[in-house]
Structure formats: C-alpha cells, structure tokens
Design a protein around this ligand. Structure first.
Ligand code: ATP
Length: 595
C-alpha cells in the first residue's frame, strides 16, 4: 500500500476525513472532515492564527465566499484562471494535460509550457487516456476556467463566482481596511476561509480538491520605505531549490540561512525571505518533517501573472512533491486593477515628515474657446491638457500644444490653456502599496502532517501504528480510561476527565474494550497522553476523592497511570495537579522525563 493509500484508509477508519455525500454516489473533489480531522484542522488554523495574525500584529477578516463578476474581471481570474484540459476522443473523459505529461515523462513543471508544446509531448510520448487507454495524440489541449459560476438572485443578470482564492475578499475591501489601519503602512490583513476551484481531475484525497480552506495573509507595504524584521529570522536555515538549480543539469537543493539567501540574491525579495523564515519554523511546529520539505522557486513560465518573485513550500509524500503554500511578491497589481475597474481610491496618503514646496504646472483651459473648436470632444481635450501639464510641462513651451483624444490629435494655442507654474506646499502624496502574500492550503498541510507523523513499531510483540503529532496539534490531548467499569473506577475516571476538560484540555473518555485496544485507538489518532484509573488509584485515596469532589469539597490524594504515546512509557502521578502537568506537557513547558 502506498503512503497515500495507507493514510486515506486510516483517515476514514478513525474519522479524520472521508469522501462527501457517498450515500448518493459522492462528488469527486469534496471531502468531509470527521471529528478527529475537524479538531486537527481547527488546531492547525489556531496555530496559524497565533503566528501570522497575533504574533505579527495583523488583523483578520471574514469576507463572503460568493463575489460578483466585476471582482474577477478586475483580478484577471475571469480571463486567465485556466488549467490545460485534454478530452479523450474515445470515452469523453477529461484530464489535466500538464499532469499527464508530468506523470509520464521526466518533466516536472509542464504547467509552465505552452499548450501546443504539451499537445506535442502527449503525442511524442504516446500518452494514453487513463480511463480507457485510448491514445490522446492529436487531441487538442485547451484552457479550462476553474471558477464555479452561480447567479446572484433570481435570473441570470447578475453572475457571481465562488471565490477561487480568499485573497480577493481582502483586496477589494482595501479602502475600508486601510482606514481601519489609520492609513499607516505597513499593515497586514489575514483570512482563513473556503476557496473553490472546479479542478479538472481531483486527486490524492485532500491534495487536489474542489472546495478547500486557505489561510492567506496580505501584507501591504510601502515599497520605498518598509523593511521586514529580517534579524528575527536571519539564522533560520532554508532548504532552497532555486529556479536556476532546477534548470541546470547538476543543480540541487541548497541549505542557506535567511540572511545568506538574501545576501546571495537567491531570494530576491527580503519580504518573501522573511516569510520563508517565519514559515519554516511554523511548519516544524505543526509537524511537517523537515527532511521531507523544501522551498522551490517558480520557473519563469510558471509564475502567476501578478507575481515577480514566487516560492512554493513543498512537502514530499509518496515520492511526490506537493505545494502546500505559495509565497508571492504581488507588487501593486491587485490594488491597481481594482482601482482601474472600480474607479475607487486604492491608495494610501503618505504624510511627509515636513511639508515640502514644489513647482506644480496647471492649466485652466478657456472653455469658450475649446467648446466651439472641438464640440463634443472639448471636455476630453481639457482633461488631456491637464494630464499633459502634470506629466510634461515642457510641452507648453511653444505657442501651440497638441494632445491626443481617442487616437485623434487636437492642437490648442497655449494662451487658451491658461498654463502656469506655481509653487505649492504639499503635506504628503498618495502611494499604491505593494503586497507580499503567503497563501497556505490548510488541507494539504493536514495531509502532509498526517503522512509525516505516521509511524509504526512493535509493542508487546504486536505491530502498533501511531501518529507522532505535536501535542499542540493532536485532536485529543488526553485519553482517560477506567481500567474496569466497576468498584468506582469509572466514577473516578469521569471525575478526572471533567477536571481536565474544565482546565481547557481536549479529552476523550473511553471505557470500552481491553485497555491495550484503548491505547491503540488513541495512538492511531495521535493522542499524546493517556490516563488510566486502576485499583491502586482507589486504594491510595482516589475513591474518597471521587465522592468528595462530587460533593464540592477539595480533592484529596490519589494517583493514576499516565502513559506517553511515542515511548509507551508509563508513570504514576498524583491526581492533584494532573491538569496542570498535562497542560504543561502539551505546550512543551514540561517533558515526560521531567515528571
Ligand atoms: P496547484 O499548482 O497545485 O494547482 P496553485 O499554485 O494553483 O496550486 P495557489 O493558487 O498558490 O495554488 O493556492 C495557494 C494554496 O492553496 C496552495 O499552496 C495549496 O496549498 C492550496 N490549493 C490550491 N489549489 C488547491 C486544491 N485544488 N486543493 C487543495 N488545496 C489547494
């Protein structure tokens, strides 16, 4: 069984995730997170929020999943958010053409190639339809737009789309968000939410789905002045697989610190380098195996239309590299596009330290001359003169000045323009912020973390499977078991479980089956600690504790067994202070050896 198949089997059996709507035959690319998966997902999202919102001092918003068409006209998604599709002439199945090439040749990033070249490669390598094995040679490779379309309200006059990335919900609202940030750059706005892509061929369970969760941060900066706090991460070592290395014969991955990567120009943008450093530490925190992880730079043809420097964080599962996060320097592309299409102001007013005096060229054209002379074009001619005065005041040096309106030249005597150059005092200027974006796919991170934490060993002569998830991410922190459901053991165990829950720990109570089987169940969902109440717990004062704490009195002495998942080592600990100790174990303030 491959690593991925093993994972999908465990995920279904133990309630991490499973295909949705299977009672009705299901729909490819949609998955439901079960109780363990939903808890793991929310822990990973909380860890993301903690690092990228709280610790960075950014703000979080929640925008709608459906947005009207003009948003995606402006963002470029309507025209350009396409993947390459090839349809089988025999059975009609559709496939992602670039993936077929990658799966059947040594080419790694066929997405960066033109459609015609992909079509030629399909023919050259005799690639067949994966569904019916007919030849796909000579089948056209077309573009397929990945957005899900819908209608807003009855009728079709107001088309809308399910957002293909959460980012647009931030960019569109920039004017308001900037106001909330008191128009002070830099500031960051984050969002964790659903994104939808009508993928041509969903595959590898959570890796390529049609509805998924993204955690995105848009960090708005002044490109002239703002610098990232690089010193905070400068010593973090980055496993970098640059575009140059990918293109050279003997090029491979290099380990460079953040500082070295910037100094050597391997990572062009200091902001991108900063987030690569922050993220390298974050992936480790949530359980990505750093021996199966790299940052890969986009090849020139692969880069999104808006981005100047792009790196992907990639994890390895089953020998394949999966993009789990995209890091992009998006420049001012998004804000410029929304400004152009909406006519709204997507700039920030940047106040100067001291007001400055500048010479400003202005015109005040005589409309009683322009009107009769240019008729319906008079207003446009006046606007063009104004723009020209600002752009190139020297054009007004002669007796006449010429402007173009709709491709037609109009000449105006300079004296009719009332051209003048005056000294004005300015307090600041409007600037268009640039954007740095780390964009995380939560599902792919979950898939990676589960694959990388999957372990097996032998315990008491039997094979055991367990997930060595970091305690902070584990869906359940503590399993509480009565050894047997008699003589007050269940009462005491229930009481302890309640105490632990009251202390904020995530607890599972389990009294069914042999104790060994209960340990295995928790091992398989990655529960780091299990507490067992046994006869000794009752003998050393626990029974009294159970009855007294039920009546509201202070708890008394009593001990339980605490078992650690990875080593299966067991220790006897007092019930008093148990919640505190387990809480500190879970946050890493205490180790099992310290107990
Ligand atoms: P790919 O090339 O794999 O289609 P992408 O480059 O289009 O991904 P981005 O647009 O950069 O992906 O999206 C940011 C993140 O969202 C990705 O790094 C990934 O983790 C996640 N993501 C994108 N598409 C999907 C999908 N279909 N299923 C699951 N996660 C996805």
């Amino acid at each position: 069984m491959s690593e991925g198949e093993r994972l999908t089997e465990l995920a279904k059996r133990r309630g991490f995730y499973f295909p949705s709507s299977s009672a009705y035959g299901g729909a490819a690319g949609f998955w439901t997170y079960g109780p363990q998966g939903a808890a793991l997902k929310s822990n990973i999202e909380d860890a993301w929020r903690d690092r990228y919102v709280v610790k960075e001092g950014h703000q979080e918003i929640s925008a709608p999943d459906v947005m009207p068409e003009p948003v995606f006209e402006a963002s470029g998604h309507l025209d350009g958010f396409d993947d390459m599709i090839v349809e089988c002439g025999e059975c009609g199945a559709t496939h992602r053409a670039d993936h077929l090439v990658e799966d059947n040749t040594d080419i790694e990033e066929a997405e960066s190639l033109p459609n015609e070249e992909v079509m030629d490669l399909i023919a050259e390598h005799g690639i067949e339809c994966p569904s019916c094995h007919a030849s796909l040679a000579d089948q056209p490779v077309d573009n397929f737009n990945l957005m899900f379309e819908t209608n807003i309200g009855p009728g079709s006059s107001s088309p809308g789309y399910l957002r293909p990335e959460t980012a647009q919900g931030i960019f569109v609202e920039f004017p308001q968000l900037s106001e909330y940030a008191r128009n002070q750059l830099p500031f960051g706005v984050a969002q964790i939410g659903k994104a939808y892509r009508n993928e041509i061929s969903p595959r590898k369970s959570l890796v390529r789905v049609r509805e998924f969760t993204q955690a995105e941060l848009e960090h708005f900066i002044d490109p002239e002045e703002d610098e990232p706090p690089l010193a905070e991460v400068e010593d973090v070592v980055l496993p970098l697989y640059s575009a140059a290395a990918q293109e050279s014969e003997d090029g491979g991955q290099r380990e460079l610190t953040v500082r070295e990567a910037v100094d050597e120009g391997v990572v062009e943008s200091e902001w991108v380098a900063y987030y690569l450093g922050v993220s390298r530490e974050w992936y480790e925190r949530v359980g990505v195996d750093m021996d199966r992880f790299r940052y890969r730079q986009h090849l020139a043809g692969e880069r999104a239309h808006y981005a100047s420097d792009c790196w992907d964080a990639e994890s390895e599962v089953d020998g394949d590299w999966i993009e789990i996060t995209g890091f992009a320097y998006r420049g001012d592309y998004d804000l410029s596009k929304h400004a152009e299409h909406s006519g709204e102001d997507y700039t920030v007013f940047k106040q100067y330290d001291e007001p400055i005096t500048v010479e400003r060229a202005t015109v005040d054209p005589d409309m009683s001359y322009l009107g009769p002379e240019f008729g319906g074009d008079a207003g446009a001619v006046a606007d063009a003169l104004e723009a020209l005065a600002e752009r190139n005041p020297d054009a007004f040096d002669d007796d006449e000045v010429t402007v173009e309106v709709d491709g037609e030249s109009h000449t105006v005597p300079v004296e009719q323009t009332n051209f003048s150059v005056d000294e004005v005092t300015e307090n600041g200027e409007h600037i268009r912020p640039h954007v740095v974006e780390p964009s995380f796919g939560v599902g792919r991170i979950i898939y990676t973390v589960l694959a990388h934490s999957y372990e097996s060993d032998e315990v008491d002569g039997e094979e055991r499977t367990y997930l060595d998830l970091p305690p902070e991410q584990a869906p359940t922190t503590v399993g509480v078991f009565p050894l047997m459901d008699k003589d007050g053991m269940a009462d005491l165990a229930t009481d302890i479980a309640e105490d632990l829950r009251a202390a904020g720990l995530s607890v599972t109570y389990d009294d069914s089956g042999a104790i060994g089987r209960r340990y295995r169940r928790q091992d398989e969902v990655g529960t780091p600690y299990c507490v067992t109440v046994d006869y000794e717990s009752l003998e050393d004062g626990g029974a009294q504790r159970a009855s007294e704490s039920a009546s509201g009195d202070e708890p008394r002495a009593g001990t339980v067994t605490v078992r650690e998942r990875d080593t299966t080592e067991q220790k006897r600990l007092p019930i008093d202070g148990l919640a505190d100790r387990l809480g500190r174990l879970a946050t890493g303030d205490l180790t099992f050896d310290d107990l």
